[in-house]
Design a protein around this ligand. Structure first.
Ligand SMILES: C[S@@+](CC[C@H](N)C(=O)[O-])C[C@H]1O[C@@H](n2cnc3c(N)ncnc32)[C@H](O)[C@@H]1O
Length: 342
């Protein structure tokens, strides 16, 4: 019974929506979106958007704008054709193109795929366990249905408190654009979007199934479907945003899963604007109160990059971030660092 419930969501999802989805001419032939969705009356535009000349490939009712999203290959801002706004229906109905690479990006599923391999047909890449594990449909399904609650045993205060703590660190980024990197099934992205604190929230993850779960949670909420929340598939080592374009980056329980924490933090630093804030949580390799037996256990767990607090601070500093601060509880750490003001 439990297994059936786990297997059900994706198949149910497709059969339920298959008959009622509306096609968009800019999207792949198999792309559909529920026709009942209406665009919000006031969508917020990314501050980095610049209108192009109207004669540049503009079709009736479809504007071409330089977008907030950038090409994951050359970091050139993408040109967007379709309705504006950082919300699911607008992004779903838009096509994105890199003027430099001539490469197109679109929403194949319910998320916008901005990975380097977005359009590749034959090439498949197997990432390290910390990435691959979460691509599984079962793990994605279970994540907010028990898996994440287990983190409390290691000192994680729980989503509500973690959210409040992060909001305190993000005070200076209020009204700005927040990227929830490695959002999983969107536990915190949804809270950030609901808070109304930000002009836009990008829920970003490498796992297709986590993003599908995120969509299911958004859909069942009702109020979030047309809010300023976008779903993007991307690799943390290749973030699809222009340098200095993002006000806040959150990465909950993620650093230890990343293939290269140093590449990831360098990327996060690159996309943050001057004064922008990065807040992350992770499991520490050990703290002064960790029993020696657990310390050696963590050291031999090669699948994850568990760091010490000194290493996290050092990494942030060596990427050029300043104002490092942290809160530690058993193996849980929430840390914050800021891109220097220029
Ligand atoms: C433990 S979950 C954290 C989910 C959520 N942020 C939270 O606080 O519960 C770690 C997430 O990192 C994502 N991840 C792993 N490798 C990644 C990569 N290379 N790029 C982007 N996300 C990645 C996984 O897909 C997974 O959703």
């Amino acid at each position: 019974m439990e297994l059936m419930a786990i297997a059900a969501p994706s198949s149910l999802y497709y059969s339920f929506h298959q008959s009622s989805f509306q096609k968009c001419s800019y999207l792949p032939h198999n792309s559909r979106f529920p026709p009942r969705l209406r665009f919000p009356s006031s969508t917020i535009r990314a501050s980095s958007s610049v209108a192009l000349e109207p004669d540049l490939d503009t079709q009736q009712n479809q504007k071409s704008d330089v977008d907030l999203f950038a090409c994951p290959i050359c970091y050139e801002p993408l040109i967007r054709k379709g309705p504006p706004g950082i919300n699911l229906p607008a992004i779903y109905r838009s096509g994105f193109k890199c003027g430099k690479c001539n490469k197109s990006y679109s929403s194949k599923d319910i998320y916008l795929d901005l990975t380097v391999t977005a359009s590749s047909r034959d090439y498949t890449e197997v990432k390290p366990t910390g990435t691959e594990l979460f691509r599984s449909p079962i793990v994605s399904f279970l994540y907010e249905r028990g898996w994440r609650q287990n983190f409390n045993r290691s000192g994680f205060p729980g989503p509500d408190e973690e959210f409040q703590m992060a909001q305190e660190y993000f005070k200076s980024a209020e009204g700005g654009l927040l990227v929830d990197v490695s959002c999983g099934s969107g536990l915190f992205s949804r809270k950030f979007a609901k808070s109304g604190t930000y002009s836009g929230v990008i829920a970003l993850d490498f796992s297709e199934n986590m993003l599908r779960q995120c969509y299911n949670f958004i859909e069942s909420d009702g109020t979030l479907l047309t809010s300023n929340l976008a779903l993007v598939r991307a690799d943390v080592s290749r973030l699809p945003f222009s340098s200095g374009s993002i006000d806040a980056v959150h990465a909950g329980a993620a650093l230890h899963c990343w293939p290269s924490p140093s590449n990831a933090i360098a990327e996060i630093t690159r996309i943050l604007r001057s004064g922008g804030v990065f807040v992350g949580t992770t499991f520490l390799r050990y703290t002064s109160s960790t029993p020696p037996i657990l310390r050696s256990f963590r050291r031999i767990q090669q699948n994850y990059n568990y760091l010490t607090e000194e290493e996290i601070k050092d990494l942030c500093t060596s990427c050029g971030l300043t104002n490092y601060s942290s809160k530690v509880q058993q193996s849980f750490i929430m840390f914050s660092a800021q891109k220097p003001q220029t």
